[in-house]
Design a protein around this ligand. Structure first.
Ligand code: TEU
Length: 567
């Protein structure tokens, strides 16, 4: 089924780090407005704006204290309205971030809820009395420590899956759902074009709130089995769809930590799925310990393996096929930079960024480009923990150094590879001071490599990463096979080469990607027959008439062919 949101390319803006218009060192909405031409030039269709609502910024806006107000540091509602209409004038659509698993503890709903056990809003959040003088169960927070915070005013604990300033809403309560739907309607009536839904698969908790299975040392355990894809999730989202989304022609993408393809089919199938697509995490979790030693998790440094990556993506491509829809992403504001993680941010930075871009735009699904990815921005290596801003990173450093006694240098090495702040340093517009992002002091340090890696240097350079993204996005627009074509893996066992075909009606494409710095030979499997191969795009110079039967690939080489048959 053809849909505009399948054909779109989405660009994610993390407003705090995109463009500062007033010199306070913090990105803002007028700044986004100033830079819309960059997005038009790139050719994207949709912008996903990370949260811009009023917030005390414990978690950079993912802790909302007023859903109907713009964060002061980002501007005003008038700035927002201006931005939305300027985007629409340029043919860009806008996705807002919907953060409704939790609010800020400074939201008035929570202030009322915590004020007394008799408050009419008491059970808008999840309160429990102490158990044996401690938290009601053993769940850990995603940001470290217990998921429960004691509130002396009423002598009970409230649940917060993220920071203690992000109390979880109680979705069991119909009034909570109504309030969320009203708020969504408020934004949709302004004319926005959809929502990216933050941790939306965590809104339905197992009502008994049972203890999590003990799987790691320490008192607090990951309780996902009791709140991810909980018992009423589909019911809540179907209600949201009926009450709100179905009344508008909008797109939705649900963030779905630990989702399986079965979950995704349930939530995104074209007949009854309440959402259009999910952000799945399997390919963000490839750096796990393959020795079976249980050393998995975000803060353990392991290499990823191409066979695992291929297998995950093959499953998502094949299983969703006709039964749902994929979102495609290699980075966002929570992840290290794609080129540093899956490519090479040293000598092969340009080729590997282009190779990864080729991959992103030639799978079935809707691609999401994260700000800075289109110029090949890299991870950052700040020397001191003082230079980091992310609550998750800061909590982790404290826990690892102070409580577990780890060597700070070792912890810094982990942070360099894994911290969310890798993605949050300011957008690199120019080589000048403040990287063209700000005339003031930026809220977080700017990557010193902005003198080489920046938009200005790449804008008119046909060999740049930016120019290549532009070409890929145009190629996708002209070729529906890139959007809709069926994925078929070739050479599934190959340890360096990732290759696949895409089929749509009687057309076929062949994609060949070298995921490493070696020079392996690509040999086309016999079953792939063609009479003429037309090169559509490549990240390195290729003899146009060289048929792709046996090709010695160069480091991080990428090629896309259209295969023609005369019969
Ligand atoms: O992140 C969801 C989430 O589960 C995070 O734990 C994510 O996996 C983590 O950041 C990786 O280290 C969303 C938002 O994208 C994130 O920025 C917020 O902090 C979080 O929800 C809470 O709203």
């Amino acid at each position: 089924m053809q849909r505009w949101w399948k054909e779109a390319v989405v660009y994610q803006i993390y407003p705090q780090s995109f463009m500062d218009s007033d010199g306070d060192g913090i990105g803002d909405l007028p700044g986004v407005l100033e830079r819309l031409d960059h997005l038009v030039d790139l050719g994207v269709d949709v912008v996903w704006l990370s949260p811009v609502y009023q917030s005390p910024n414990d978690d950079n806006g993912y802790d909302v204290s007023d859903y109907r107000r713009i964060m002061d540091r980002f501007g005003t509602m008038a700035d927002f309205d201006r931005l939305l209409s300027a985007m629409h004038d340029r043919g860009l659509k806008l996705l807002m971030d919907l953060v409704v698993n939790h609010t800020s503890d400074e939201h008035k709903w929570f202030e009322e809820s915590r004020s007394s056990k008799q408050s009419p809003r008491r059970d808008w959040y999840i309160w429990r009395p102490p158990r044996d003088g401690g938290p009601p169960n053993n769940w850990s927070s995603f940001f470290g420590g217990s998921a429960w915070e004691f509130d002396p005013a009423t002598g009970e604990y409230y649940l917060h899956l993220f920071s203690r300033k992000q109390p979880d809403l109680n979705w069991e309560k119909p009034e909570v759902r109504r309030a969320v739907y009203d708020m969504m309607t408020f934004w949709l009536e302004k004319g926005i074009d959809g929502f990216r839904m933050d941790v939306i698969t965590m809104i339905s908790k197992d009502p008994g709130l049972p203890d999590a299975e003990v799987t790691s040392d320490g008192p607090w355990q990951f309780g996902g089995e009791h709140f991810i894809h909980g018992p009423r999730l589909n019911e809540f989202l179907s209600e949201m769809n009926r009450e709100v989304l179905s009344k508008y022609d909008v797109m939705t993408v649900g963030e779905a930590v630990m989702a399986t393809t079965e979950h995704a089919i349930e939530l995104t199938n074209p007949e009854s799925g309440p959402l259009n697509m999910l952000f799945q995490f399997e390919h963000m979790d490839l750096e796990r310990d393959r020795s079976g030693g249980g050393g998995g998790g975000k803060w353990h440094l392991h290499d990823w393996h191409l066979e695992d990556f291929k297998e995950v993506m093959r499953r998502w491509q094949e299983d969703l096929g006709e039964n749902g829809w994929n979102s495609l992403y290699l980075s966002n504001h929570d992840q290290p930079r794609a080129v540093s993680r899956f490519g090479d941010d040293g000598v092969h930075r340009v080729e590997s960024a282009k190779m990864l871009a080729t991959f992103l735009h030639t799978l079935q699904g809707t691609p999401y480009v994260y700000q800075g990815e289109e110029i090949g921005m890299t991870n950052v290596r700040f020397d001191s923990i003082e230079d980091y801003r992310d609550i998750e990173t800061l909590n982790m450093f404290r826990e690892f150094v102070d409580e577990r006694g780890m060597d700070p240098a070792e912890v810094m090495a982990i942070i360099h590879a894994r911290s969310r702040d890798n993605a949050r340093t300011p957008m690199q517009w120019t080589a000048g001071p403040g990287a063209g992002f700000t005339t003031g002091t930026p809220w977080i340090g700017i990557n010193p490599n902005h003198v080489d890696i920046n938009v200005e240097a790449q804008r008119n350079d046909p060999e740049s990463v930016l120019a290549y993204y532009r070409r890929l996005i145009r190629l996708r627009r002209k070729n529906p096979i890139l959007v809709y074509g069926r994925y078929r893996a070739l050479l599934p066992e190959h340890e360096e080469i990732w290759s696949y075909t895409r089929d749509y009606a009687d057309e076929r494409l062949l994609v060949i990607l070298n995921f490493g710095d070696g020079t392996p030979v690509f040999t086309l499997p016999d079953e792939v027959r063609f009479d003429r191969a037309e090169l559509l795009i490549a990240n390195l110079p290729v003899e146009a008439d060289e048929p792709p039967h046996h090709v010695r690939l160069r480091p991080y080489e990428a090629r896309v062919y259209r295969l023609h048959r005369s019969d």
